[in-house]
Design a protein around this ligand. Structure first.
Ligand SMILES: NC(=O)C1=CN([C@@H]2O[C@H](COP(=O)(O)OP(=O)(O)OC[C@H]3O[C@@H](n4cnc5c(N)ncnc54)[C@H](OP(=O)(O)O)[C@@H]3O)[C@@H](O)[C@H]2O)[C@@H](O)CC1
Ligand SMILES: [K+]
Length: 467
């Protein structure tokens, strides 16, 4: 897992390291890393422009300009706030032959040193004006300016980076927003950084957690997933959620609901019944996709919440819980619940998501004592214990109708197999995005294609050496 640390924690750690190393050495180490990556991106081209803000982020850019000059690169800098430009950095830059200019023209690469960890809100007008006219790729120093480093929020002009060079450790922005290719320069902060604020699963974590049958397993030992989804009007949601559970693990799947005929004809391996009362025992339920919100659906939700097994509640189940808070009383307080809202469903539960999606997911996780998977370009999974996993999709191929039904089926199957609920939601989200990418291969896809790629996605995350 990769850790991500909020800016306040990083600054505190940097301050402690700075107190025991020579003045300016951290900045020069950071800037040397920027210059090294810049040379790689330049690949032989030789004209670099710097956008230099009022703080140490601008200082990094100026020192990077100094190192690039020493490698014979032509470097011009725009100082956005000349009196406050980093004094030592500017002196070194000028000494090495760097030029200060009014505008960047004819450059092969722009280094964004406008603002870093202390940046808040969108770019200010002068910086925005320069950024609007760029026609070269941008290397962002620490984080793309105009993107909030702690939340990844963008609500106005911002830099779009091809590559971001960050220092010491990753910050939330690197997983929550588009930073291009992210490179990390070591500043020796390790010992000063306690546990991270957020975690990002790596492929190997997902592969290690994904349940696969061992030599002694049978159809029951990986858990039985129950699917309470779909309706006569929306049978598709039932077919997709059941299919996802069928493909996710080798455990058995039971479907209970009005779409039994549709599900049976598509997934003959699922045990289908018309009603939840005769569904038989399961180790986890998925409830909600396409279920409707009428009295019958409420009865189903109540029965699932009372069943004493982990539950993944999605779509209509979330709407019902929001509209009728009495339903919460049915919940067995000792069994895990995973809620998977998109922004509108979240709003029904707890008001507007706002700019800070991590804080929003945490709020609801704590309020309902549940794991909350907040859907979005970056998926945020918050546990009631304060743990948070983030997973940013590199593409938007998964944003298609029915895609959420597949995700809830995957989560349900992992819950049934006994995977920790936070990890279940995080791993399912990761495999879901990967399945979408594999299926899309450059062209839009329906959710059924995403579903068909689930086995390939699972193969892709599994360790190479495993059978
Ligand atoms: N600490 C360390 O050990 C190391 C730190 N390092 C580097 O320092 C960076 C942090 O530096 P920092 O704290 O000086 O602030 P920084 O991000 O440059 O911004 C400051 C100025 O920007 C302005 N500003 C704010 N928002 C804005 C916006 N939206 N659009 C435009 N401008 C905006 C705001 O101006 P003001 O509000 O005062 O007018 C403020 O004064 C860090 O990211 C890393 O690169 C490395 O060298 C490694 C060692
Ligand atoms: K920056």
């Amino acid at each position: 897992m990769r850790g991500l640390w909020t800016t306040a924690r990083v600054k505190a750690a940097e301050d402690r390291v700075m107190a025991r190393v020579p003045a300016g050495s951290l900045m020069r180490r950071a800037a040397f890393g920027v210059a090294t990556v810049a040379l790689e991106v330049l690949a032989g081209r030789r004209r670099v422009g710097l956008l230099v803000g009022a703080g140490n982020n601008g200082g990094d850019a100026l020192w990077a300009g100094y190192y690039l000059r020493r490698r014979g690169v032509s470097v011009a800098a725009v100082l956005l706030d000349p009196p406050r430009a980093h004094a030592e950095g500017l002196a070194a830059f000028r000494r090495a032959g760097g030029r200060v200019v009014e505008r960047l023209v004819d450059v092969d690469l722009v280094i964004d040193g406008i603002v870093g960890l202390s940046g808040r809100g969108p770019l200010r007008p002068a910086a925005a004006e320069h950024v609007a006219h760029l026609d070269a790729p941008v290397l962002a120093v620490d984080s793309p300016s105009g993107v909030d480093p702690d939340t990844g929020a963008v609500d106005g002009p911002a830099v779009r980076a091809a590559v971001t060079v960050t220092f010491g450790c990753l910050k939330p922005v690197h997983a929550l927003a588009d930073c291009g290719d992210v490179r990390l320069v070591d500043l020796g902060l390790g010992a000063e950084l306690a546990g991270p604020d957020l975690l990002e699963l790596e492929v190997s974590d997902v592969g290690a957690a994904w349940p696969v049958p061992g030599p002694t397993d049978d159809k029951y030992t990986q858990g039985v997933t129950g699917i309470a989804a779909g309706s006569a009007t929306y049978p598709g949601a039932a077919v997709l959620a059941t299919g996802a559970a069928v493909l996710a693990t080798s455990g058995m799947v039971r479907y209970a609901g009005a779409a039994a005929e549709h599900v049976r004809s598509r997934w003959p391996e699922a045990i289908c019944t018309g009603s939840i009362t005769d569904a038989g025992r399961v180790q986890a339920w998925v409830v909600g996709p396409g279920l409707g919100t009428g009295l019958g659906a409420e009865g189903v939700l109540r029965a699932v919440l009372e069943a004493g097994v982990p539950v993944c509640a999605d779509a209509d189940a979330i709407t019902m819980l929001a509209n009728n808070p009495d339903l919460w009383d049915a919940r067995d307080p000792d069994t895990p619940l995973v809620l998977t809202p998109h922004d509108r469903e979240y709003e029904r539960l707890a008001g507007k998501v706002g700019d800070d999606r991590v804080a929003a997911a945490r709020r609801v996780a704590e309020k309902f004592d549940a794991v909350v998977l907040l859907k979005g370009h970056a998926t945020v999974v918050a546990g009631p214990d304060g743990r948070v996993l983030v997973n940013r999709a590199r593409t938007s191929w998964a944003a298609t109708a029915g895609s959420g039904d597949v995700l809830s089926g995957l989560i349900g199957a992992l819950l049934a197999a006994g995977v920790d609920p936070l990890l279940a939601a995080g791993c399912a989200a990761r495999v879901h995005v990967l399945a979408a990418e594999l299926a899309a291969d450059g062209a839009p896809i329906p959710a059924s294609s995403l579903l068909a790629s689930v086995p390939d996605a699972i193969r892709a995350v599994r360790p190479l050496s495993s059978p």
